[in-house]
Design a protein around this ligand. Structure first.
Ligand code: ATP
Length: 514
């Protein structure tokens, strides 16, 4: 655990030091849970979005995109249920004046139980060595069974309270478990009350409630209200999907953990419209497809898992999270939700306009059902960074370590750095700049001559550049350069004329889109 939190601190510091992520409005000491992406951050984020967009829209004949406005008619949020039901249970600590999500406090208590179980498992694994059978140990060890039983009991109570919206019960759980304020240790809690997560603002020309607008808390509604526009203009037949990438805003109560939980963030959502009754099939389909998307990046399976929802959101009849093993444990990275006809049906009712699809095969009209895939771009960014950032011994140089961002080459912010061996050797500089000016038409490349070659390599390793090209005296004679591989440190001599082709093959996003 301690090791993990060190990794997390390192990741936050690294993100700032190398221009990936800055705290918003830092000169004013920052704005909590709002972040800005720096020069390398924006490149990586754009690449994540491109990977998602291409695999969704470009690779599917039956998925098209939209880019809807952030502001929507206020009735949208009534129909979607967000005005009445998009709440989190809030609890204040009377002594510290800190505010928490009651369910998160309870979940964190459950995380501690899981950590205790893991500690027992690790201890036993060490003791028994190769003979250790984890499954048998988990199902027979008394202490582990006790923790598991307690965990199960709390989980069930929490799920029931959340589903029923029973705020008094949530408070009771916190009291029964003697949960204290993580910062001050105080157990002096207020009652639990509901807190709506939507930010609101006001239209200029209409006073009062009528002019109240919300900043969208999810991008999905911009897709639903455009369902007919898109279906008619693209002549798509069900099943088909609409994809969108865009900002969403939530007034989160506990907004810690860096870019994991932000108040302004970006979502990549796809709503897949289907025949009523076919939701189970498509739900399973998208579950698998989305897991495959994550795995294509080389993320090991043990870092990813499915987690079924205990308490469903107001719009869903089935929901599963793809969780990632973040430095602070397994948490939601993406949600796959079977949303039934909840949204389109409600928009139809509240707008008074027919929102239906005529199915030529069935020869009938219906309100389509929906299976949604919804992933936070920022959480994906955090997942990638936390997996990619490693400190390792330099291959072939015992005792020497380097900081390395092992991002997939197709997502790396800079694909190749062009470095002259000596910065005060005009001929090398000219040649290196020539190569740089050539390659920049094809990729995001960087020219750098601001330090010794060793220093320049280390800097490129730290920002995840998969390739470095070094121009040396031999290059002047035979028009070849050294191409250095970030991970293996292998160096190969390649003709300058072949550089573009070689790099293209290795950084091409195509390899991810299988
Ligand atoms: P959580 O339980 O963590 O609050 P959620 O279940 O409310 O998340 P969804 O409404 O399913 O999240 O949103 C879909 C995706 O949007 C999430 O899987 C996550 O990646 C992302 N997301 C949601 N809230 C935030 C946030 N505050 N900051 C960053 N990303 C977010």
């Amino acid at each position: 655990m301690a090791q993990q939190s060190d990794l997390f601190k390192k990741l936050i510091a690294h993100s700032k030091e190398y221009g990936f992520i800055f705290q918003s409005s830092e000169v004013y000491d920052g704005l909590s849970a709002v972040y800005d992406y720096g020069p390398y951050g924006v490149e990586l984020k754009n690449n994540i979005k491109e990977y998602w967009w291409r695999s969704m829209v470009q690779m599917h004949d039956n998925i098209v995109g939209v880019d809807a406005a952030i502001f929507m008619h206020p009735k949208t949020w009534k129909a979607s249920g967000h005005v009445d039901a998009f709440n989190d249970p809030l609890i204040d600590n009377k002594d510290s004046k800190k505010r928490y999500r009651a369910d998160v406090l309870i979940e964190e208590h459950m995380d501690k139980l899981e950590a205790k179980i893991q500690k027992e498992v690790d201890k036993a694994a060490k003791r028994f060595g190769e003979k250790f059978d984890e499954a048998v140990f988990r199902s027979t060890n008394e202490r582990v069974l006790r923790y598991q039983e307690e965990h199960g009991r709390i989980r069930e109570r929490l799920a029931q309270a959340m589903t029923a919206g029973d705020l008094a019960e949530l408070k009771q759980i916190i009291e029964d478990l003697e949960i204290a304020d993580p910062e001050s240790g105080s157990r002096n809690w207020t009652e639990v009350r509901q807190f709506n997560l939507m930010f609101s603002t006001q239209l200029g020309n209409i006073a009062g409630e009528d002019g109240k607008l919300y900043l969208r808390p999810e991008t999905a509604q911009g897709i639903f209200v455009n369902f007919l526009n898109v279906q008619k203009t693209t002549r798509q037949k069900i099943p088909f999907g609409i994809a969108q990438i865009g900002k969403a805003f939530r007034n989160e109560i506990t907004a810690r953990q860096f870019i994991f939980r932000m108040r302004e963030f970006e979502q990549m959502e796809m709503q897949f419209f289907i025949r009523p009754g076919e939701q189970k099939k498509w739900y399973e389909y998208w579950k698998e497809a989305r897991m495959k998307w994550h795995r294509a990046l080389g993320t090991p399976q043990e870092k990813l898992r499915f987690h079924d929802h205990d308490n469903l959101a107001h719009y869903a009849d089935a929901a599963v999270d793809i969780q990632f093993d973040f430095p602070f444990g397994f948490k939601e990275l993406e949600g796959i939700h079977s949303r039934t006809d909840f949204d389109l049906g409600n928009h139809q009712e509240l707008s008074g306009k027919k929102i239906q699809y005529f199915d030529p095969e069935l020869e009938e009209s219906y309100v389509p059902y929906v299976v949604e895939t919804s992933i936070g771009c920022d959480r994906m960014f955090l997942a990638l960074m936390s997996h990619a950032l490693v400190e390792e011994e330099v291959p072939g140089s015992p005792g020497n370590t380097r900081e390395l961002l092992k991002l997939h080459p197709a997502l790396a912010p800079i694909k190749c750095a062009i470095l002259p061996l000596k910065r005060n050797e005009e001929r090398l500089v000219d040649m290196a700049k020539g190569i740089f000016n050539d390659l920049r038409f094809s990729f995001q490349v960087q020219y750098d001559d601001t330090g010794s070659i060793g220093k320049l390599y280390r800097r490129q390793d730290a920002i995840g550049t998969p390739f470095c090209v070094t121009v040396d005296f031999e290059s002047l004679d035979d028009n070849t350069v050294t191409l250095r591989d970030r991970d293996s440190l292998a160096q190969e001599r390649v003709p300058i004329a072949k550089l573009e082709e070689i790099i293209r093959k290795r950084v091409d996003m195509k390899q991810l889109l299988v």
